[in-house]
Design a protein around this ligand. Structure first.
Ligand SMILES: Cc1cc2nc3c(=O)[nH]c(=O)nc-3n(C[C@H](O)[C@H](O)[C@H](O)COP(=O)(O)OP(=O)(O)OC[C@H]3O[C@@H](n4cnc5c(N)ncnc54)[C@H](O)[C@@H]3O)c2cc1C
Length: 458
């Protein structure tokens, strides 16, 4: 090829997974069941993306009866982590992000997946409608990685957009993306004291929101602008004194982590203005604003919360937590209406009934009422196949969906099953000599089921 005369070939693989995040690892592990030549290209030095480097835990429930994972790999991973005590509950949903990072690395090593870290995908080389190679930047300079099938697992649909795919972005009513967050973990907490302190506040403030669990090993609490919460009054006092800002109270949420007895994971601070994850200047600014906010929040905890006297920041996410950026136009785009109508598809590869979850200064978590006796929606295989490009699939939160639909299917169970389906589909397409656009998604699902994935009514 002429392009290899300009840029040197660095590597090649049958299946090139672009991004080793929440969905990308599932692509690679599923593809490696049948394909010996799978490569992950990842900008950071570890796997798991938003779930590990973004410190996003726990996995939300699908809100379906039985909470099926629609993924045999989720079951396998949960078993491995539960055995070590680093995850608890069904689907290993309450997990330690650092432990997940280690487990994913081990699983990829065992499966023979090749990983190229510290490598950013900056461009795409196409021949007609076929992606021939990605252009990557790393310490070796600008080079090429060739592949037969490429899977865009970058979260932001970078590869698809570079390949010329169309996409949607932001809330159609405002043009804005969902808020972003920079998550962190605090250590050195006396959790029993803090749990007792929370319980006192529940009694004192007469809140019965049922959201605060004062058990020290399974602690969960939140404060938002919607309604009264156990600790709301402390936030109000600190805001009045200038020790916190109004935004600190808009979304504050805290979870315990398995196996870490003096530690809590925070799902904040959240940012509402600079929210475009495809703008490096905005994301850099959020990294700075985030750290300032984290320092401010720690000062608040130490002054106002019992049990935080010796607390310290033990981890800050290296990735800004991005809820939504681009969604790629695929052979099928899941519409808002389809999600609200809980639509089913013959080629379904995932099922969920997670609510519409659009953040803002006023949270709007919407539980969509059932329309029939099957209260869940499905994600069709076709929403993973990038329209107009012969050999490119897209997985994770940037798959083919409208804004409202993405707000629900962005959670980790759905994202993981999209990755697993794409990995199986890619290896199937290669072994059967079929094009990914012509593949029957129902067959992909059946293979997921054969390997152990649970679906309902399928
Ligand atoms: C603050 C926050 C809270 C959330 N809370 C929950 C929750 O409680 N429960 C839940 O289930 N879900 C939650 N979610 C949603 C869920 O965690 C994410 O939607 C999901 O993890 C995204 O997975 P992904 O594979 O699409 O992207 P990611 O996991 O972000 O993976 C993308 C990967 O691609 C890499 N990458 C990107 N661009 C490039 C490039 N150009 N070159 C090389 N590598 C690249 C990244 O480094 C990363 O590893 C939350 C999300 C956020 C942001």
């Amino acid at each position: 090829m002429t392009y290899t005369k300009v840029l040197k070939l660095f590597d090649s693989a049958d299946i090139v997974v672009c991004g080793g995040g929440t969905a990308g690892v599932f692509v690679a592990l599923a593809a490696a069941e049948k394909c010996q030549n799978v490569l992950i290209v990842e900008q950071f030095g570890s796997l798991g993306g938003t779930a590990t480097n973004g410190l996003v835990t726990p996995i939300m429930s699908s809100h379906m009866s039985g909470n099926p994972a629609c993924s045999y790999l989720t079951k396998k991973l949960a078993e491995r982590m539960k055995e070590k005590g680093t995850a608890t509950r069904q689907n290993g949903s309450n997990f330690d992000p650092l432990a997940l990072k280690l487990e994913l690395e081990e699983m990829c090593m065992e499966a023979g997946v090749k990983i190229l870290y510290h490598t950013f995908i900056a461009d795409v080389i196409k021949d007609g409608n076929t992606v021939k190679a990605i252009v990557v930047a790393n310490k070796a300079g600008l080079t090429l990685i060739e592949g037969k099938i490429f899977i865009d697992a970058t979260g932001d649909g970078d590869v698809s957009v570079l390949a010329g795919a169309k996409y949607g972005k932001g809330n159609p009513e405002t043009g804005k993306n969902q808020p972003v967050s920079l998550r962190y973990i605090v250590g050195g907490i006396d959790k029993q004291t803090f749990a007792n302190f929370t319980a006192e506040h529940i009694a004192q403030n007469k809140v019965s929101d049922g959201q605060t669990n004062p058990d020290s090993t399974n602690y969960y609490s939140a404060v938002t602008n919607n309604g009264a919460w156990a600790l709301s009054d402390l936030f109000d006092e600190a805001i009045a004194k200038g020790e916190l800002v109004y935004e600190d109270k808009c979304y504050w949420q805290v979870f315990s982590l398995p196996n870490r007895n003096d530690t809590l994971a925070f799902n904040n601070p959240e940012f509402f203005d600079e929210v475009d994850a495809t703008d490096p200047v905005q994301m850099s600014h959020i990294q700075s604003l985030g750290k300032v906010a984290i320092a401010r929040q720690l000062r608040f905890y130490k002054k106002y919360f019992k049990g935080f006297e010796n607390a310290y920041i033990s981890e800050i996410a290296s990735m800004v937590g991005v809820r939504e950026s681009r969604n790629i136009v695929c052979d099928h785009v899941i519409t808002a209406e389809e999600l609200l109508q809980k639509s089913k598809f013959d080629d379904a590869i995932s099922q969920s009934n997670y609510p519409v979850d659009i953040h803002g200064k006023q949270l709007t978590l919407k539980y969509v009422p059932p329309v029939d006796d099957k209260p869940y929606y499905e994600i069709p295989y076709r929403s993973l196949v990038v329209k107009g490009i012969d050999n490119l699939m897209v997985v994770g939160r940037c798959l083919g969906a409208e804004f409202l639909a993405e707000s629900s299917l962005r959670v980790q169970l759905s994202v993981r099953s999209s990755g697993e389906a794409a990995g199986i589909a890619a290896s199937m397409a290669l072994s059967e000599g079929k094009n990914i656009h012509a593949l029957d998604g129902a067959e992909v699902r059946r293979e997921m089921q054969r390997l152990g994935a649970d679906f309902v009514n399928r």
